[in-house]
Design a protein around this ligand. Structure first.
Ligand SMILES: NC(=O)c1ccc[n+]([C@@H]2O[C@H](COP(=O)([O-])OP(=O)(O)OC[C@H]3O[C@@H](n4cnc5c(N)ncnc54)[C@H](OP(=O)(O)O)[C@@H]3O)[C@@H](O)[C@H]2O)c1
Length: 277
C-alpha cells in the first residue's frame, strides 16, 4: 500500500529517525515493561511501547525522548484481542518500523481459590497470558525470519516450575510460556532468532495488586525490584541463553523445586505464597 502525507500519523513527523534497532515492549505502561523501556532506551534502542493505558505510555515516552536520543512510538492496544495484535503489526509495517527485539511481557495473575474466581476471569487471563503472547510471538517472529535475525524475550514466572495452590491457572499459564520459549529457542535458532524466557519471582510491580494477592511476610523477604530482574532478562537475551531466573534467592528456590519431592516443595512454596492454611 502506498502511503501519502495525510495518512502518516503525526508522531512519524516528530521522530528523530535514528538508525538504531527497534524494540517492541508489551505491557510498557508499568512494572517490568516500563523498566525494560528505560534500560533499552539507555542502550540507545528505539522503542515501540504497547499497553492499554495511553496516558502512562505517553508520559514515559516523553521522558525517554528527553533523556535519550531515541525514537519512541506509543501504541494503545488491548492485547487480549488477537485482531488488535494483527492490526498493531500492520500499522508498524505501514510506518516502516521493523521490530528487531520483542519483549513479550504483558500479562497478569489471578490469586485465590480456583472455584471462587468467576470462570470468565480465569479465561481472560489465559487469553492474555497464553493466547495473546502466542499471537504476538507468531506475528513478529514471521517478520524476523524473513530478515534472518531477531531476539524475543518471553516473560514467564518462577511459578512456571510448579503448580501452586490459589495460583492454579496462572501457574499453568506460565508453564505454557516456559515450555513454548524452550521449544522455540531451538526451533528458531536456525532462522537467526534468539528466544529466551525470563522467569521472575515475586517483584515490586503492579502485579500483586492486579492479581489481588496479599503479600505474606515470607514472600516480602524474597521480593526483588524490577531493575535487576529486567537487567538479568536483557543480559540473558543478549547472551542467547534459553532461559533465566533472576536473583540468587529465586535461583535457590528453583534448585529446591528440582531436587525435592513434589509434596515437599509444593507445601513450602504454598506457605510462602499463601501463608498458613
Ligand atoms: N511482578 C511479579 O511479581 C511477577 C513475577 C513473575 C512474572 N511476572 C510477569 O511479568 C509480566 C509483567 O508484569 P508486571 O509484574 O510488570 O505487572 P504490572 O506492573 O501489573 O504490569 C503489567 C503490564 O501489562 C499490561 N497489560 C495488562 N493487560 C493488558 C492488555 N489486555 N493489553 C495490553 N497490555 C496489558 C499493563 O498495562 P495496561 O494496564 O496499561 O494495559 C502493564 O503495563 C507479566 O507477564 C507477569 O505475569 C510478574
Amino acid at each position: 500500500m502506498e502511503l501519502n502525507e495525510a495518512m502518516i500519523p503525526l508522531e512519524v513527523h516528530n521522530m528523530k529517525t535514528t538508525d538504531s534497532s527497534w524494540v517492541l515492549i508489551t505491557g510498557a505502561s508499568g512494572g517490568f515493561g516500563e523498566e525494560f523501556a528505560r534500560q533499552y532506551a539507555g542502550q540507545g534502542y528505539s522503542l515501540v511501547l504497547v499497553a492499554r493505558r495511553l496516558d502512562r505510555l505517553q508520559r514515559l515516552a516523553e521522558a525517554l525522548r528527553r533523556q535519550h536520543p531515541v525514537d519512541v512510538v506509543v501504541e494503545q492496544v488491548d492485547l487480549s484481542s488477537v485482531e488488535e495484535v494483527v492490526q498493531l503489526h500492520q500499522r508498524l509495517l505501514e510506518r516502516g518500523i521493523a521490530i528487531d527485539i520483542l519483549i513479550n511481557n504483558a500479562g497478569h495473575g489471578l490469586h485465590g481459590p480456583f472455584l471462587d474466581a468467576p470462570l470468565d476471569a480465569s479465561l481472560a487471563m489465559i487469553q492474555l497470558d497464553v493466547a495473546s503472547l502466542t499471537a504476538v510471538t507468531h506475528v513478529f517472529a514471521q517478520e524476523m525470519r524473513t530478515r534472518g535475525r531477531g531476539q524475543i524475550l518471553l516473560v514467564a514466572s518462577m511459578l512456571a516450575y510448579l503448580g501452586v495452590q490459589k495460583y492454579a491457572v496462572y501457574a499453568a499459564a506460565k508453564a505454557y510460556v516456559l515450555r513454548l520459549g524452550e521449544a522455540l529457542h531451538r526451533e528458531l535458532k536456525p532462522d537467526g532468532i534468539t528466544v529466551t524466557t525470563l522467569c521472575p519471582g515475586m517483584s515490586y510491580t503492579g502485579f500483586a495488586a492486579a492479581a489481588h494477592q496479599t503479600l505474606t511476610p515470607a514472600l516480602k523477604q524474597l521480593m526483588m525490584q524490577p531493575a535487576p530482574v529486567v537487567r538479568a532478562g536483557i543480559r540473558a537475551l543478549q547472551a542467547g541463553r534459553i532461559s533465566v531466573v533472576p536473583g540468587w534467592a529465586n535461583k535457590a528456590t528453583v534448585v529446591f523445586i528440582r531436587t525435592t519431592p513434589r509434596w515437599l516443595h509444593q507445601t513450602v512454596i504454598s506457605r510462602i505464597m499463601n501463608g498458613p492454611d
